[in-house]
Ligand binder design. Structure first.
Ligand code: TRP
Length: 344
């Protein structure tokens, strides 16, 4: 990859298209689960073919919640990087890096913090939801730091879930405020809201590590079967033979992702009562385990070479930093805050 081309958003040699830049971010919460895989990762893996990708493990964002135990971050970062690679993110095409390794995130965050009012931040639903537990100055600034993550690479698009829509809007607003106050430096980023399948956890809530209802990628096949067996199912279908309702069933949602022809193969026999929940879950577990096998194999290989994983992160940070520095030079120069000699 040619970094100069990348920085200028010019087409790569032999590539007629001008590639746009995408930045994605995820808090390092440790190893990932099927919800992360289907909701984000698979999409990122597809996007790396078409765009310059920056994939940022946002440890400073994680610090808003983890400030008492920051020592957990290192292993979380490692595990998440392993999952990113195992799922198919390619370090040749996608800079995978840790946010705090590129200090320019903090610099741009500070500058952006001057361009936004406190009431704009205190009105955000993400703030209102958690301010009882987290009322720090840093937490208030969480979306400003996110805007800095995005604009620091001059990203055009940001693949995120709908829950992040207001944050992307805020990044867009900060970019355009900066551009109109000083000089046009930033693209005005927009969200890329790709449809992803709904994945629920064992208790029929959103799949989340914090609910412990998740299907981790690093589960063994046996653990996977056990977790699937514990899944919530239609309370009206108690015995085999009772008719079921696949439309309200989290197991059926997973079948729709992992079982070819689920609508014909699974739904009708569930409805008629012919297919019992135990069989249905076993079939799901078989299919899910088969689909995850290549990812798990690659995971095991990566765990055996931790130095490689850390090297990927450090090379990713070097590439990201190069781009970030170019953008920050433009920022300082637009603000007339470059104090080295007479350079404009
Ligand atoms: N706030 C995002 C989330 O909770 C994580 C994040 C931080 C992010 N910086 C980002 C996402 C930049 C996209 C782009 O999911």
């Amino acid at each position: 990859m040619n970094d100069k081309n990348e920085a200028d958003n010019v087409s790569a040699p032999g590539d007629a298209r001008k590639k746009q830049t995408i930045l994605s971010g995820m808090q390092p919460t440790g190893s990932l689960h099927v919800g992360n895989l289907e909701g984000a990762l698979r999409n990122w893996v597809r996007l790396q073919d078409e765009y310059w990708m920056y994939c940022c493990l946002v440890d400073w964002h994680a610090l808003t919640a983890e400030y008492k135990d920051p020592h957990v971050l290192k292993d979380n970062i490692f595990q998440m990087a392993v999952d990113f690679l195992a799922a198919g993110l390619d370090p040749e095409r996608c800079a995978i890096f840790v946010q705090s390794e590129v200090k320019e995130h903090a610099e741009l965050h500070l500058i952006f913090s001057m361009l936004i009012t406190v009431p704009t931040l205190t009105r955000l639903p993400t703030y209102l939801e958690k301010k009882q537990q987290l009322d720090s100055y840093g937490f208030l600034g969480y979306p400003v730091l996110q805007a800095a993550d995005i604009c620091l690479y001059n990203a055009h698009k940001v693949p995120v879930g709908k829950d992040q829509e207001k944050h992307i809007w805020l990044a867009n607003d900060l970019a355009s405020r900066f551009n109109s106050l000083y000089r046009k430096v930033f693209n005005e980023p927009v969200g890329l809201f790709t449809e992803t399948p709904l994945i629920l956890g064992a208790d029929n809530r959103k799949m989340s590590k914090s609910y412990n209802n998740h299907l981790p990628l690093d589960f063994t096949e046996k653990q996977t079967l056990k977790r699937i067996k514990s899944y919530y199912t239609d309370p009206e279908k108690v015995h085999q033979g009772d008719p079921g309702h696949p439309e309200g069933c989290p197991v059926f949602l997973l079948h729709q992702v992992y079982t070819a022809g689920a609508s014909e193969e699974i739904a009708p026999p569930c409805r008629s009562g012919e297919l019992g929940c135990v069989d249905c879950k076993t079939r799901l577990s078989d299919n899910l385990n088969a689909a995850l096998r290549p990812i798990r194999d690659r995971r095991a290989q990566l765990l055996a070479q931790p130095d490689y994983v850390w090297d990927v992160l450090s090379a990713g940070a070097d590439r990201a930093r190069q781009r970030a520095r170019q953008v920050m030079d433009k920022v300082r120069s637009a603000m007339k805050m470059n104090y080295r000699g007479n350079k404009k």
